[in-house]
Design a protein around this ligand. Structure first.
Ligand SMILES: *Cc1c(COP(=O)(O)O)cnc(C)c1O
Length: 378
């Protein structure tokens, strides 16, 4: 359904359009100068040794697991309260996702639960910076170090976020970013891997491009993939990256306005606007109904807002309860905080060009919808 105020909307300006048409007027549509510039400028921005652009965030996560040697029978610890790609890639390489619960305040993976989930088979941590809020890196990195684990940061929701003055995506062995149209910046489809070890980045570049190495186009030294990102996508990414600071500032101001409108309401749990040692990169604005409400009531709020032309989302449904995981051992897990949060979350319309009037309207209609569903019982 087309919403009058959508849940998300990309911010494409005339410079973005000129950048893409510039590529179309050239003859180089893949593996050209835009890829090189996008990778170099991204690495400079994020503060990593190297960056490798790929066809999606999911492809980037897959390549990181392969390049870091995660494979058959290995266990990888991952939150269930996240986008399914973070867990699916673990299964792509024959490894086993081990789901852990989240912290009720930040909705990020709980370091105590991670520590308890480590076994002799654990090979890696998949740390997700959920909704752009940096995970609690210090204890997570300490667990990884003590147990000799690889660390992959799924930074697909958190470009530009910082933990103790350092950008997330640069703490682990690899950090993966995604550029689907609902992200802070977009390439249409696309992703990029931030990496510090040159030998790993050479391997990832080869895996991205059909297992080719320095030899000829028809020399393939390993089993590879086509996970390349076209010049059109890279040109759009580069153009968007060059105004990332202003994009992140706008998103922060939208979050602050929602916070001002909604704060103090006992039916709502708002996301933290500020955490002392962290800089949040606002991906979505997700509120939670209080525990007095059921999932049915939450869904009714979403329906009521949709009737007014306001797009709201359910972020997320726990991965371990998805049909795609029904045949796995995870299906019998209980993760109380994840499941309670997932039943009550509501993602509000959140995009760069949303106006203060629209934010006020969404806030007012949300509070009215909550009042009206109070009498509905599941
Ligand atoms: C967006 C996202 C991805 C990657 O998605 P793609 O559509 O493959 O680019 C991965 N993990 C998380 C947590 C995400 O939000």
């Amino acid at each position: 359904m087309l919403m009058r105020i959508p849940l998300s909307s990309p911010d494409i300006d005339e410079q973005d359009i000129a950048a893409v048409t510039g590529v179309l007027r050239s003859t180089q549509l893949s593996l050209g100068p835009m890829l090189e510039s996008f990778e170099r400028e991204f690495a400079d921005y994020i503060g990593s040794m190297d960056a490798i652009a790929v066809s999606s965030g999911t492809a980037g996560l897959h390549l990181c697991l392969l390049a870091l040697g995660v494979g058959l029978g290995d266990e990888v610890i991952v939150p269930s309260f996240t986008f399914i790609a973070a867990a699916n890639v673990i299964r792509y390489v024959g490894a086993v996702p081990v789901f852990v619960d989240v912290n009720a305040g930040t909705l990020n993976m709980d370091p105590t639960c991670v520590e308890r989930a480590i076994t002799p088979k654990t090979k890696a941590l998949m740390i997700v910076h959920t909704f752009g809020l940096p995970a609690d890196m210090e204890p997570l990195l300490a667990s990884a170090k003590r147990n000799n684990l690889r660390v992959i940061e799924d930074t697909c929701e958190a470009i530009g976020a910082e933990y103790r003055g350092q950008k997330v995506g640069t703490f682990g062995d690899a950090g993966v970013f995604g550029f689907y149209p609902n992200k802070q910046i977009t390439t249409g489809e696309g992703g990029i891997i931030a990496i510090k070890d040159v030998s790993v980045s050479n391997l990832i570049r080869s895996l991205r491009n059909q297992g080719r190495t320095a030899g000829g186009w028809f020399e393939h030294s390993r089993l590879g993939y086509n996970y390349r990102l076209s010049e059109m996508n890279c040109a759009l990414g580069l153009s968007q990256l060059r105004r990332i600071d202003s994009i992140l500032a706008i998103r922060k101001s939208v979050a602050s306005l929602y916070d001002r409108n909604l704060r103090g309401n006992p039916d709502l749990l708002l996301p933290p606007l500020h955490i002392d040692d962290r800089v949040i990169s606002w991906f979505v604005y997700v509120v939670r109904l209080s525990n007095d409400f059921t999932r049915t009531q939450r869904d009714a709020v979403i329906d009521k807002l949709a009737e007014c032309g306001i797009g709201c989302g359910r972020y997320f449904a726990p991965i371990h309860l998805q049909g795609a995981y029904a045949s796995t051992e995870s299906a019998s897990l209980t993760l109380p905080i994840t499941e309670a949060a997932a039943d009550r979350t509501l993602a509000l319309p959140f995009f760069n060009r949303i106006t203060p009037e629209q934010i006020t309207e969404v806030s007012d209609r949300l509070l009215a919808a909550i009042d009206s569903v109070r009498s509905i019982h599941s």
